[in-house]
Design a protein around this ligand. Sequence first.
Ligand code: PEP
Ligand code: MG
Length: 363
Amino acid sequence: EAKISGDFERFMNWADEARRLKIRTNADTPRDAAQAVKFGAEGIGLVRTEHMFFDGDKIKAIREMIVAKTPEQMEAALAKLEPMQQEDFEGIYEAMEGRPVTIRYLDPPLHEFVPTKPEDIAELAAEMNMDVEELTAIIDGLHEVNPMMGHRGSRLDVSNPGIAKMQTEAVIRAAINVNKRHPEWNIVPEIMLPLIGDLKELKYVKKMVTDTADQIIADEGVDMDYHVGTMIEVPRAALKAGELAEEAEFFSFGTNDLTQLTFGFSRDDAGKFLPEYYAAKIYENDPFAKLDQEGVGELIEIAAERGRNTRPDIKLGVCGEHGGDPVSIEFVDGLGLDYVSCSPYRVPIARLAAAQAAIKHKK
Ligand code: PEP
Ligand code: MG
């Protein structure tokens, strides 16, 4: 476990006095969240909920959800997932002790979750009372040529409304429970919808969220607020930000996908040809590591301006990898965004970079 010593902490506190940007962290476990708080994180800007399902029984339950064919199979899978999610969220809220937490709804590239090993397929088939051939056909049917541009993010909620309902139940019930234990924290969950590209799409998924959340809040007889916002990850969302801001209380720029889709470079494969681009002096940097201040930066600037025109107090943040890169931090400080969110170990770097950026921009 990493610790920050006295002198270093004093120095970092000076940096905090200078900076304007808030620094949040990307964390999917209470352990990472607590570590980030020690490093000075002021909240969580991104909980990748699909990461909470990578281990043990959890991956089995999410596999059941992904291959479900009948409404009964889907319902059975979601009933297993909901209490797991609720417990995970309670752990995260506890670790953050009332600091803001943005929970991003499921965005699993399906290929990362479907079973491939014969023994896993056999086990899943037995669990779901299917024969192996039937399950294998379903898995084959899930194959996508471009999974990163496929059936992921909010698109899953449009096809399977039960998923957004399940996650909302877990988010809201967890917050109600933790607020009962710690009324002083007054947790206001921030629900973030991934890969949105159109206002109607946002409205459609948001309605599932608000119907479910409002019902639970009324049934429980508690007085609790929550926020709904969206990621800006597809170029269309950046251009349509003025409309999206009618329904989104906050935007978080998912600069990993936004870079991928703006350049048309695969996040997972671009490393194979980018070195030749540096050699040919076409590009200087890896745009996945250093925010492209031209094309991608222009889209962020457009989205921030159009979003603020519609909703002047809209909260704006960055939660892609660039949120921990000093040059990218300086760029988004210049646009007046509210926060960046980065991995726990980059939080101190982000605090310093944000201070340097603020000092530079004040001159
Ligand atoms: C992003 O696309 O920048 C993002 C934060 O989401 P993910 O990396 O999970 O796709
Ligand atoms: Mg993304």
